[in-house]
Design a protein around this ligand. Structure first.
Ligand code: ARG
Length: 502
């Protein structure tokens, strides 16, 4: 069967296997710029290794504070896992229908075609604008800072850790991760896999420790069940925010679909393996915490995992900050990997300076976009405390997750006959759309803070750049020339053709 033609002339490597009737990859598109280096294992590690960062070691406190009872907190941890799985399955349909990297950005770009011509790219552009300049660097920065805190803390005992030192270590982490990502995709992939295995082992220690405690009869706190459950919906919404933060990263593989071998099979498979695995880990870790800590102790603990460590592991509890440091380093690597793919894809669509769409010709890494993302991230963490950006993050992220859920429904309508190697049951994107609207509206309705207005204004301020540079096509030629001269040894990926048979 001839390769299927997408509307903008992008040729998707899709055909049907005549024996099984299932879709197979027959040839890479001529415009694919980076090699397919990610297998099922690398893809799953990109999801699991970015989802598990520092959240599971600190968020249980926020979830419990929000819902009041141990029983409801466990229900919320599982529900957040189900929401993430539903979200990711919806993205699996989009990722196998549109096989370009860039996740929300490319889906909004394709579904935006339903709008009148001059407005079509606006949703995608605004997403790229807010993600590339705030969301992705903030995520990368927050994770690197968490690494800084946990890497430095053991050396200071009870003394306060100097802020400057934490930031310096965070910057060091950002630079190392960026170097790895500039140097080779294979190396970045290996780092991701090794650190994912390491953090799963660390979680395994906590889970096994919990089981031993349970076997010794430490179940009194768990037996409290739903006692003291709150009835306040807004405080339950806050609990969900904390839980969903720990699960964030479920959409990461969609940022690198072009680099995934056999995406039609491996994208849904990596999602179906990765997200349930994380959900089980999180549930069991929470149960383990509750075998040795009462609700009150957990709520007072500054770092839940550390308190667990000192009660169960005794002198060996030093492995806990080490485990969190390892976990955050791996998550930082995944965040860098996917964050710079977004800048690279947006530049390829002429929504950022073209130089950012260049690929290093020897290593096939998106070198200029990695350097760009690194600089933005470092500039963001130097001045103040970016942890406060997490609220901004949840609000804006769910705004765009919701819009992307709507893309599935729009594309089913506009492209009904296109092959969908994975088709999500329609109820799932519909439920996810409702959940997204709730997660955006609830915090405004319950506590209308000015920050939400700022966030909305920031998203819309992207129009200041959209109108001259995209709509009116003003080109800053001197700037492009200068940037090009800075990155001598790179080539525009559009000139490559990678014709591997998969
Ligand atoms: N879930 C992670 C944590 O618990 C944070 C994920 C950051 N998200 C991302 N897309 N990089 O620390």
């Amino acid at each position: 069967m001839a390769p299927h033609q997408l509307p903008n002339g992008y040729s998707a490597p899709l055909a049907m296997d005549s024996a099984s009737g299932s879709p197979v990859v027959v040839e890479e598109s001529k415009t694919v710029q980076m090699k397919k280096r990610l297998g099922l294992m690398g893809g799953t590690a990109l999801i699991v290794g970015t989802m598990i960062g520092s959240g599971i070691f600190v968020s249980p406190k926020g979830v419990l504070a929000g819902c009041g009872s141990i029983g409801l907190s466990l229900v919320i941890w599982v529900s957040c896992g189900v929401i993430s799985l539903f979200g990711a399955l919806t993205y699996a349909e989009l990722g196998t229908l549109i096989t370009k990297s860039g996740a929300e950005y490319v889906y909004l770009l394709e579904a935006g075609q339903v709008l009148p011509n001059q407005f079509a790219p606006i949703p995608a552009f605004l997403f790229a604008w807010v993600s590339i300049f705030i969301l992705k660097p903030a995520l990368f920065g927050v994770i690197a800072l968490s690494f800084g805190i946990y890497a430095v803390e053991p050396f200071f005992g009870d003394c306060e850790v100097p802020d400057v030192l934490v930031k310096l270590v965070a910057i060091l982490c950002i630079c190392i991760v960026s170097f790895v990502n500039c140097y080779s995709v294979k190396l970045a992939n290996k780092v991701q896999i090794v650190f994912t295995v390491a953090k799963l082992l660390a979680i395994g220690v906590i889970v096994v420790g919990g089981f031993i405690m349970l076997a010794q009869g430490n179940n009194e706190y768990l037996m409290e069940g739903f006692q003291d459950t709150t009835h306040d919906l807004s405080s339950i919404a806050l609990a969900f925010y904390d839980g969903l933060w720990a699960y964030d990263g479920w959409n990461n593989l969609n940022y690198a679909t072009e680099e995934l071998q056999n995406p039609f099979v491996n994208l849904p498979r990596a999602i179906m393996i990765g997200i349930p695995l994380v959900t089980v880990c999180y549930l069991l870790t929470n149960i383990s915490y509750l075998t040795v800590m009462s609700k009150e102790t957990l709520l007072q603990s500054p770092a839940v995992a550390a308190t667990w460590g000192s009660r169960v592991l005794g002198p060996a509890s030093l492995i806990i900050p080490l485990a969190v440091a390892l976990s955050t380093f791996g998550a930082a690597n995944g965040s860098c990997f996917t964050g710079c793919r977004l800048a690279y894809v947006a530049a390829r669509e002429h929504h950022l300076p073209e130089v950012l769409s260049y690929v290093q010709i020897n290593n096939f890494t998106p070198l200029p976009s990695v350097i760009f993302s690194t600089i933005v991230t470092i500039l963001m963490i130097i001045p103040g405390n970016i942890f406060s950006l997490i609220d901004f993050f949840s609000f804006t992220a769910w705004l765009f997750y919701g819009a992307t859920m709507a893309c599935v429904l729009i594309l089913r309508h506009t492209r009904p006959h296109e092959p969908r190697p994975y088709r999500v049951p329609t109820a799932i994107p519909v439920v996810m759309l409702i959940i997204s609207v709730y997660l955006v509206v609830a915090p405004i309705a319950h506590n209308p803070r000015i920050e939400f207005l700022y966030a909305t204004l920031f998203v819309l301020s992207g129009m200041i750049f959209y109108i001259p540079f995209i709509a009116c096509k003003v080109r800053l030629t001197f700037l492009s020339k200068y940037l090009e001269s800075c990155v001598g040894a790179v080539d525009d990926g559009n000139h490559h053709s990678a014709e591997e048979k998969v």
